[in-house]
Design a binder for this molecule. Structure first.
Ligand code: TEU
Length: 626
């Protein structure tokens, strides 16, 4: 057991302790040398209290001391699996394709586009939620887990999509949102009517209507507690007021979730992406650390991002639903570090198959709403660490875009001329590293952020709530600029298919503004341009599918210390690839002469050069590797 008197060195030696220290360094931007040098290493943990408050030290000690396990020792070899060799494509149904002319994407629209996914080389389709929902958070607020949202179609439409996808060799995974439901879910309605059994499916607390039970903040601005006048109690909602958190300590509630999961598995789906699944176990309802709240923006998160029963619930869920089926699960796990990810995904743990870790989505000390240019040297550092240390018994997700984040091309550079080379560079990194690549719709086109003019053009509850919150303390223009930098709506703009009206997404006015330059960036235009981002993704995916070295091969970085350069080998059974990347907009000397034994396979530039041009990337096969 660690105590305040234990040293920082002892804290870092502990797997959970090393994750927490790494997270604090990343969130604050403090240099890791600070904790690695012997002077600091010998200081007592209590010094952290000086910077982040005493309650933070207590939370760290509680988290560290409550985790009895260490990550299992990795084997020498990797166990092959179909989902390790797959390329996954995430569809945000509202924005993918509209088949009935109402301006909203729908299930039949997705079915019509299955040939496009096949052409791209996709193996698995991940559907963001399509369940019945009032759409306060665009489907992440589920009203009925066994009904299809009428906006998207019917259950028959879903069955057609699933059967059509399977007939084309494409598997389908669903988005499982069980940290919370909609406040219009039958369970919550019954709870509000006084049903004691269903009340315990949620987290209600007594108190006076003027004082929430603690200082936790919602991810969507304001308090994480809402007063329920019917019950004269507070209920917890880490997200919107219309997304009450479920009480995972209730075995009957858990059983109903497992029953629902098996119902979907029995329909033939191939797995689940599990929404904020690491939030389901709440440890205490004590106040959150003010200092940590300032750093993370989510005061109170230390009490629920890695709760004491998380592993128990996930193991029980796996045994009750997933075990023995030819499926896979991927957990969305914000704020979790590498050691915690190992404890969640190591194959002998029987919990999850993969997780989304988001440490690389922003540069240190930055958050999504900071308007800055992302430095790709940080991505290089992140991947070298994870590729070398995650272990053969864990399998990484290779993800850089999703429906919650602005487009990576806009995050890296504000220069529109750099959009295409950046898109191809990102494609190469995501499709030549060890792990399962997850491509978000439009990423394969190199889409960039949308030129929203004002808040009324946005739809996202997070953006709108944040704008209203910021307007309390700053001019409207400043508030809008901050929201524009990180709005989730950038990625939710409709997919662009053709130069027809509304980019071929719909025959009606789309629910959200179209991406910029959609005539140039649409599928139809890019398909006929051999060196388009779309055709580059197609070639990369085909290359990855034909070369197991790019899936399972050993990862060996070279020139690690050379700034703006990211080069690495992938080697398996005598097959060796060399990948070189320029992480900057400058023209750089190539770090290694092109020897005769390097045979070019794929380049992001159409012409040859003795230098590496802006964001240039090249893949070579090494001819005689001995
Ligand atoms: O997002 C959870 C989450 O914390 C982050 O991915 C992200 O920071 C989020 O946008 C909140 O800022 C998941 C879903 O991906 C997101 O779309 C939902 O809004 C959220 O959970 C609640 O279900």
């Amino acid at each position: 057991m660690l105590t305040e008197k234990s040293s920082i060195k002892q804290l870092i030696k502990n797997p959970i302790g090393s994750d927490l220290v790494n997270s604090l360094l990343t969130q604050t931007g403090m240099p890791e040398e600070l904790v690695n040098n012997p002077l600091c290493g010998n200081l007592p943990i209590s010094v952290i209290g000086k910077a982040l408050g005493g309650e933070m030290v207590q939370s760290i000690l509680h988290l560290v001391n409550s985790e009895k396990d260490s990550p299992p020792k990795p084997p020498k070899t990797i166990t092959p699996a179909w989902w390790k060799e797959a390329v996954v494509y995430q569809v945000y149904p509202r924005s993918f394709a509209d088949s009935n002319g109402d301006g909203l994407g729908d299930i039949n629209g997705i079915t019509q586009k299955l040939p496009y996914l096949k052409e791209l080389g996709i193996d698995v389709l991940w559907l963001s939620p399509i369940y019945d929902s009032p759409n306060d958070d665009n489907g992440y607020d589920i009203r009925d887990y066994r009904l299809i949202c009428p906006d998207f179609g019917t259950m028959e439409d879903f069955d057609t999509l699933l059967n059509s996808a399977h007939s084309m060799g494409i598997r389908v995974i669903m988005d499982l949102v069980v940290n919370h439901t909609s406040d219009e879910h039958e369970w919550f309605k019954k709870a509000k009517e006084g049903d004691e059994e269903k009340s315990d499916y949620y987290i209600f607390k007594n108190g006076s209507p003027n004082t929430p039970p603690n200082n936790w903040l919602s991810f969507f601005s304001g308090s994480a507690w809402q007063w329920c006048s019917e019950k004269e109690q507070w209920y917890l909602h880490i997200f919107s007021k219309k997304q009450p958190d479920l009480n995972w300590e209730n075995p009957n509630m858990r059983a109903e979730i497992y029953d629902m999961m098996n119902w979907w598995y029995d329909k033939g789906i191939d797995g689940f992406r599990m929404d904020v699944i690491n939030f389901i176990s709440k440890s205490t309802f004590a106040n959150g650390s003010e200092a940590l709240g300032k750093v993370t923006g989510y005061r109170g998160i230390e009490h629920y991002f890695y709760g004491p029963n998380l592993h128990r619930h996930l193991h029980e869920m796996r045994m009750e639903t997933t075990q023995g089926r030819n499926v896979f699960t991927v957990g969305e796990t914000p704020a979790i570090g590498m050691q915690m990810c190992k404890l969640l995904t190591a194959e002998t743990r029987g919990e999850l198959d993969m997780v989304f870790n988001f440490e690389h989505f922003e540069n240190p000390a930055k958050n999504r709403f900071d308007d800055y240019e992302y430095n790709l040297n940080y991505l290089k550092k992140y991947y070298i660490n994870w590729q070398q240390n995650y272990g053969n018994n864990c399998w990484q997700t290779l993800v850089i875009e999703n429906h919650d984040n602005p487009r990576i091309t806009s995050k890296v550079s504000k220069n529109p001329k750099m959009r295409e080379p950046i898109a191809k560079l990102i494609a190469t990194i995501m499709l030549t590293l060890k792990g399962t690549p997850y491509i978000y719709q439009g990423q394969e086109l190199g889409l960039d952020n949308v030129d929203f003019k004002d808040i009324n053009q946005m739809q996202d509850v997070e953006s709108i709530n944040l704008y209203n919150e910021l307007c309390k303390t700053m001019p409207k223009a400043e508030a809008f600029a901050k929201v524009l930098a990180g709005s989730r709506d950038h990625a939710r703009a409709p997919m662009v298919w053709s130069t027809d009206e509304n980019a071929g997404f719909s025959t009606a006015l789309p629910w959200l503004r179209l991406p910029n330059n959609w005539q140039t960036l649409c599928v139809e235009t890019q398909r006929v341009y051999p060196n388009s981002v779309f055709n580059f993704y197609k070639s990369l995916i085909a290359l990855r599918k034909s070369e197991k070295a790019l899936v399972y091969g050993e990862f060996s970085p070279v020139f690690e210390k050379t700034k703006d350069i990211f080069c690495y080998f992938r080697v398996l059974n005598g097959v060796k690839f060399y990948i070189e990347c320029n992480l900057s907009d400058k023209i750089l000397q190539r770090p290694a002469k092109l020897y005769d034994n390097l045979s070019p396979v794929l380049s992001s530039y159409e012409t040859k050069s003795n230098y590496l041009r802006a964001y240039e990337t090249n893949i070579y096969k090494v001819i005689n590797i001995y």
